[in-house]
Ligand binder design. Structure first.
Ligand code: PRP
Length: 186
């Protein structure tokens, strides 16, 4: 492991690859014959989204949103600012929101409210990582979950620390003493 800030590899490249393949098979089965639109939020989910959809065999449309937290963090009820909206119309379509991680659940909760208002036929979540320890929004429709993870600062496979480490092929844990020395600004 060439990255001194990482104390532990939580999920190896092989574990991630195998689980992503399983999830893609499940999605293929469940959405066969449906008009499926996969929606993702920049930036963290981009590797997961790419690998997941590439492993799928059914026809799928893909679209992106970009959001930004309000200054000082997410707003009340996880409110975030939409800085790039979807291009696709959601009316009557099966929509799957793909996330890299659900932590408090506030981001997903806010996004779901926004997407639900556009009359999709069906709306569900596929998340690679589910960190339940800090969950605030408890009623999310998480239909697919890759791994339940402990309450640790995770990086890699899209997840960042101050925008770095997203490109690690595995998911690792940032060392506690490193976080204490370099407190994150956000
Ligand atoms: C991460 C992740 C989710 C959100 C989950 O995004 O991609 O969207 O946090 O956290 P929550 O459940 O507590 O709301 P982040 O805001 O770190 O931005 P990024 O995707 O650009 O890394």
């Amino acid at each position: 492991m060439a990255t001194p800030e990482i104390s532990q590899v939580l999920l190896t490249e092989e574990q991630i690859r195998a689980r992503v393949r399983d999830l893609a098979e499940e999605i293929d089965r469940d959405y066969a014959g449906c008009d499926l639109l996969v929606v993702s939020v920049l930036k963290g989910a981009f590797y997961f989204l790419a690998d997941l959809t590439r492993a799928m065999r059914i026809q799928v449309a893909i679209d992106f949103m970009a959001i930004s937290s309000y200054r000082g963090g997410k707003g009340p009820s996880g409110a975030v600012r939409l800085i790039k909206d979807l291009d696709e119309d959601l009316t009557g379509r099966h929509v799957l929101l793909v996330e890299d991680i659900i932590d408090t659940g506030l981001t997903a909760s806010y996004l779901l409210r926004t997407l639900q208002a556009r009359d999709p036929a069906d709306l569900a979540i596929c998340t690679l990582l589910d960190k339940t320890a800090r969950r605030i929004a408890h009623t999310l429709p998480i239909r697919y979950r890759g791994f339940e993870v402990p309450d640790l600062f995770l990086v890699g496979y899209g997840l960042d620390y101050r925008q770095f480490h997203r490109n690690l092929p595995y998911i690792g844990v940032i060392r506690d003493d490193f976080l204490r020395r370099e407190p994150a600004s956000s």
